[in-house]
Design a protein around this ligand. Structure first.
Ligand SMILES: Nc1ncnc2c1ncn2[C@@H]1O[C@H](COP(=O)(O)OP(=O)(O)OP(=O)(O)O)[C@@H](O)[C@H]1O
Length: 258
């Protein structure tokens, strides 16, 4: 059985791409067979994972524009990767024009059910058709929330689209909220972290804002747990992955899964 997770928020710069790539690597480190999908034409996830030479036919383009099967993935850092390139953006207008277009990625993944233990999708920072196709492909969403008022405002966007998504995928739910870019010495951040923990279920431990390791790992094209395995950043990724696994296991019986 494959668990499909989409890291989803329309707010830019919340750490979505950093979470997607690094939890994918951590799941693989724990022995899982993992597929990571870059659904964002900015292709930061692709370059963060060290792939600089991806081509359009290796991306989701044919899946989303013509119901093609999944492309053959690359193999990087112990997991499979379907990369993105900037031209993937051109698929967006064709998605709503086709019957089932918005569910094409879900269908393509279901045809390969069981090939991977976990699939992790990085969605673009928008509420457009490409982001919807990424969200609707998932069993559950992982939602980063910046611990600023901007982060809480972003939840309104999620609350606006979820009823629409539920019409097509009634079982889609949020597996975890991940507080990001926290600074413990910033009063607003501590207060907002408190509000998030009080108001939302399944909140993981936070990711603190510290640029050096995240940016250094991305520049070298490496997961943080490879770039700086003993760093606080690597420890945070391990902790978030453990929290996520626990939330998924807790949810599984309710959803009739093993
Ligand atoms: N905890 C952190 N502290 C400081 N900088 C971080 C942290 N996590 C990620 N970054 C850096 O912040 C920038 C944005 O992170 P990332 O690309 O993960 O965000 P995103 O939500 O995917 O952005 P986008 O809006 O492009 O989708 C990157 O340069 C990344 O290296």
């Amino acid at each position: 059985m494959t668990t499909i997770l989409t890291v989803f928020t329309h707010a830019g710069g919340a750490g979505k791409t950093s979470i997607a790539g690094n939890i994918a690597h951590e799941f693989a480190q724990r022995g899982q067979h993992v597929l990571l999908i870059d659904g964002d034409p900015q292709s930061n996830l692709t370059t963060n994972m060290g792939v600089q030479d991806a081509e359009l036919h290796e991306t989701l383009f044919d899946v989303l524009s013509g119901d093609a099967p999944l492309p053959a993935p690359r193999h990087v850092h112990g997991f499979d990767l379907i990369p993105a390139v900037i031209d993937l953006a051109e698929v967006e207008p064709s998605i709503p024009g086709r019957v089932g277009g918005i569910l094409a990625l879900r269908d393509a993944l279901q045809k390969e059910s069981g090939r991977w233990d976990t699939v992790i999708i990085d969605s673009p920072p928008s509420l457009g058709q490409l982001a919807a196709a990424c969200a609707l492909a998932a069993d559950a969403l992982v939602v980063p929330i910046m611990t600023r008022s901007k982060g809480l405002n972003a939840l309104r966007g999620l609350n606006r689209v979820m009823p629409q998504y539920h019409r097509l995928r009634p079982d889609l739910h949020v597996a975890a909220y991940v507080p990001t870019m926290c600074k413990s010495n910033r009063k607003e951040d501590s207060e907002l972290l408190g509000i998030v923990r009080e108001d939302l279920p399944h909140v993981t431990s936070p990711i603190v804002e510290r640029g050096a390791v995240w940016n250094g790992a991305a520049e070298k094209g490496l997961p943080v747990t490879v770039f700086a395995p003993r760093s606080k950043e690597a420890e945070e990724i391990r902790k978030i992955t453990s929290d996520l696994v626990e939330f998924l296991q807790r949810n599984a019986p309710e959803r009739g899964e093993r």
